[in-house]
Design a binder for this molecule. Structure first.
Ligand code: FES
Ligand code: MG
Length: 586
């Protein structure tokens, strides 16, 4: 029997075995069910393994393509143990990994592919619930976007951060210190031998980047949304607690499958307001904005960019984490982790939001203490009174732009300077180290054709390198503008996600070298000092580039990807009131 759900379902209506989704595959006296059962036997599973039990998928993004996830086979074993303990039947299924480092042109290009795969794997198989294993940047939004669209019970199990990096007694942070020492190397301050030592010391264990980059941000936000076993997002990958909590996730998902505790019952507009607030309190990655908008879109929840700005203005920065602050995830965990941060800021959160524990967010973090107040602050003693991410508007970005001014040089946050435009990343790379480049520290560097359609996939190119000529003069920050993203581990006065992007004819496409550009973060303004008449004239002369993709996933991508302010999801994957029907089983 196909169970049908309505908004009024209580989460505690417990299913009977015949009401489980998997019953449609295994339970009926039909030709197809014979096939499903005989092939269960082929897998080594007899009736006693699965009859009358929820079948729980373990969607595993383990892959040798993704160094952050190297330990997820062991994590999956622990999840399996928990599922068995609770009387469920585990079924591990590998899915696309999209490791941040190796995937080209950018793992962001594959986020939507993973989301489609996760949704269809959940829909097309006899699963009553699933534990999703991920953590490296795009795996968190990718898996969750798919799970939200399918809407069966899921728990997200983050892979955990790697341990701190080390070089000659100095702590190294993922990403941030790569950018920092690369600039030193370009300035001639670092030898090849020293550079190789940094390569040895910056990624010392499995786990995702341990700065407050996109991975640490997104796993913390998944926990804030109520989808993670409380505390699990802060636990280092190699800490034994990671394995124990994976087993807890296995036990909990069996319970949630019986109770039909689906994402749509947990994740509401108020959950997203919590996630945005926590993003600001963490000094989280700018990428979180694009991902949260896309995730909310899967549930039919609209998150206009202004909501991020409004929340950023009233939420203090509480986590003293690199790149905006001082510490790394190891220290965050020891200081009490996300639960301590949430408990400390509970008056700023909707604590009554339901979570995968069956309890509220407030109940989950009740009594969780901050042990090291320099690492995790409270609203009474914040690092800074606001969240440090701003949404900009102006004639250069009618649909918005994003800047993380907490990680920018303060004097550059109000700056007017002449534009120097690069039409593509290769164009920039070919010129940036040219000692004759017509550039000063006041120049505004612009990269275009780097957005969702233009690149494609909106890569993390937004922290444009400082021209070599200026690096040699000791310059380390400049105003930079682009329609792409930047790594959550990056820093600098970089306005990002300019929408609409240049490749579709946004105003960024119309800028010429020498045009004056004004960045004014306190007034949330990004303005091109060129008259409307002149811009209209330039627009009339503008022509889109000839299409580069005539087939394949890239063709699907550029034809259907939405702009940054809409989450860069595919238009046909947005929430639809009719959903997608359950597969027929004939
Ligand atoms: Fe995997 Fe940074 S490379 S999280
Ligand atoms: Mg990243």
């Amino acid at each position: 029997s196909q169970s049908h759900h309505s908004e009024s379902d209580e989460y505690c209506t417990r299913k009977t075995p015949e009401e489980l989704r998997s019953w449609r595959w295994y339970g009926r006296d039909e030709l197809r069910s014979f096939g499903h059962r005989s092939r269960a036997k082929q897998s080594g599973w007899g009736a006693e393994d699965y009859v009358g039990k929820p079948v729980i998928g373990i969607l595993n993004t383990w892959s040798e393509q993704n160094s952050c996830h190297m330990h997820l086979k062991l994590t999956a074993d622990a999840v399996r143990r928990g599922i068995l303990q609770a009387g469920g039947h585990p079924m591990e299924i590998p899915v696309l990994s999209a490791g941040e480092m190796l995937t080209k042109p950018t793992a962001m290009f594959h986020r939507n592919l993973l989301a489609m795969e996760a949704e269809e794997v959940l829909r097309g198989n006899p699963l009553d619930g699933a534990v999703l294993l991920g953590g490296c940047d795009k795996s968190t939004p990718g898996l969750l976007m798919g799970a939200f669209s399918m809407d069966i019970p899921v728990i997200y199990m983050p892979c955990g951060p790697m341990i701190k990096g080390n070089w000659r007694g100095e702590t190294l942070g993922s990403g941030s210190d790569v950018w920092k020492y690369w600039d030193e190397k370009r300035a001639g301050n670092l030898s090849w031998e020293q550079w190789c030592e940094i390569e040895d010391g910056i990624a010392r264990s499995p786990g995702h980047c341990m700065t407050m980059g996109t991975a640490s941000t997104m796993t913390a936000l998944a926990e804030t949304l109520g989808l993670v076993i409380p505390g699990a997002s802060s636990v280092p990958a190699v800490d034994a607690a990671h394995v124990r909590l994976a087993a807890v996730a296995g036990r909990q998902i069996v319970e949630n499958a019986w109770n039909d505790l689906r994402p749509s019952k947990i994740v509401t507009e108020r959950s997203f307001e919590n996630a945005i607030a926590v993003d600001m309190a963490l000094g989280g990655s700018t990428n979180a904005i694009v991902h949260l908008v896309a995730m909310a879109g899967r549930l039919g929840i609209k998150l206009p960019l202004e909501k991020f700005d409004e929340i950023s203005r009233r939420i203090p920065l509480l986590a003293n984490m690199r790149p905006a602050g001082k510490y790394l995830m190891d220290e965050f965990f020891v200081a009490g982790g996300l639960r301590a941060l949430l408990n400390g800021m509970r008056e700023l959160l909707h604590t009554e939001e339901l979570t995968i524990t069956g309890k509220t967010l407030g109940e989950n973090v009740e009594g969780c203490e901050i042990y090291q107040p320099d690492v995790i602050r409270t609203p009474a003693d914040p690092i800074q009174p606001d969240g440090g991410t701003a949404i900009l508007r102006g004639n250069l970005c009618p649909d918005g732009a994003v800047i993380k001014h907490a990680a920018a040089t303060p004097e550059l946050c109000q700056h007017t300077g002449p534009a120097l435009v690069f039409d593509s990343y290769p164009d920039m790379k070919a010129q940036i180290d040219n000692m004759d480049l017509d550039v000063t520290k006041d120049t505004v560097l612009i990269l275009r054709n780097a957005g969702p359609v233009g690149a494609p996939g909106m890569p993390e190119w937004g922290q444009l390198p400082i021209p070599k000529k200026l690096i040699m003069q000791g310059i380390r920050d400049m105003v930079r503008l682009s329609d792409c993203r930047m790594s959550g581990t990056s820093y600098g006065a970089c306005a990002l996600h300019i929408a609409p992007e240049s490749a579709v004819g946004g105003p960024l496409a119309l800028v010429k070298n020498g045009d004056l550009i004004e960045l004014d973060v306190p007034n949330r303004k990004l303005h091109l000092h060129v008259s409307d008449e002149e811009l209209a004239k330039r627009k009339a002369e503008w022509k889109p580039a000839a299409p580069r993709y005539h087939r394949g996933y890239a063709k699907l991508f550029v034809d259907h990807v939405t702009q940054a302010n809409e989450g860069a999801d595919f238009d046909f994957l947005q929430h639809h009131p009719e959903g997608v029907p359950e597969p027929e089983i004939y």
